[in-house]
Design a protein around this ligand. Structure first.
Ligand code: ADP
Ligand code: MG
Length: 234
């Protein structure tokens, strides 16, 4: 479904090389220390940066060289997700049409997804009048309205309090199952990963150090760096 094959990317002295295979309908938690390359991996897949070599296949086709908007992904960025001069309604609507030319049905879809994440009372507000958690939920709603079957989520719950976090985890889990979505999601929380994901990929030293089923994410793992990471995150 999503396949990264020796994806090489250089940034100053840092050399990233990613290999990762993700099966359809799975949720993979992308974990690892800060600065390890998790957001870089998502940017490569989404097409905001291009590899110097290697290939990225989605649904059996290479996406390398394609503009981000031509790739089959919905992306939630780690930060700066919303356009400051657009309302919540318009920011969500961008997921449906870049020029915001929306049908009645699409306008209803915006309202429905805003309701799902609990921001339907805020549709005419600008982002500066929202809390961090509300902004993050607007960004989630923009992912939900898109027709793409692969979601790339970069720390999607980081600004949410524990109650909302649990609600949004359950919502993502439900939508993913209903629509057979494949998800690659960065998280620092092992509990979130265990609650939602079927698989993990551990990124360290600018590469995928270890990947497997979520049950294998334990402090007894044979990869020492991963075992230490899990222990420290408990
Ligand atoms: P993580 O998301 O795991 O915390 P990142 O992928 O954001 O880590 O960053 C990994 C490293 O890549 C950092 O040292 C960062 O400075 C560097 N980096 C790579 N590409 C870029 C870029 N285009 N712009 C800024 N920094 C980059
Ligand atoms: Mg990051």
């Amino acid at each position: 479904m999503l396949n990264l094959k020796s994806v090489n990317y250089h940034y100053h002295q840092e050399c990233f090389c990613f290999d990762l295979k993700i099966e359809k309908g799975t949720i993979t938690a992308l974990m690892g220390p800060s600065g390890a390359g998790k957001s870089t991996l998502l940017s490569l897949v989404a097409g905001f940066i291009e590899p110097v070599s290697g290939d990225i296949e989605a649904q059996g086709r290479s996406v390398v060289g394609k503009a981000p908007y031509l790739r089959p992904f919905s992306m939630l960025f780690q930060e700066h997700n919303l356009f400051a001069h657009l309302t919540v309604r318009e920011n969500i609507g961008l997921g449906l049409h870049p020029g915001l030319k929306l049908t009645k049905q699409q306008q209803q879809l915006i309202i429905d997804s805003a309701r799902q994440v609990g921001v339907d009372q805020l549709l005419d507000r600008l982002p500066e009048h929202l809390s961090g958690g509300q902004r993050q939920r607007v960004a989630l709603a923009r992912c939900f309205v898109q027709p793409h079957s692969i979601w790339l989520l970069d720390e999607p719950f980081s600004a949410l309090d524990p109650v909302l976090r649990e609600e949004m985890l359950a919502l993502v889990k439900r939508l993913v199952k209903e629509r057979n979505i494949t998800v690659l999601m960065v998280t620092h929380h092992i509990n979130d990963a265990k609650a939602i994901a079927s698989h993990y990929a551990f990124i360290a030293n600018y590469q995928v150090e270890s990947a497997g089923r979520i049950e294998e994410l334990t402090e007894q793992h044979s990869n020492k760096q991963l075992a230490e990471f899990v222990l420290a995150a408990q």
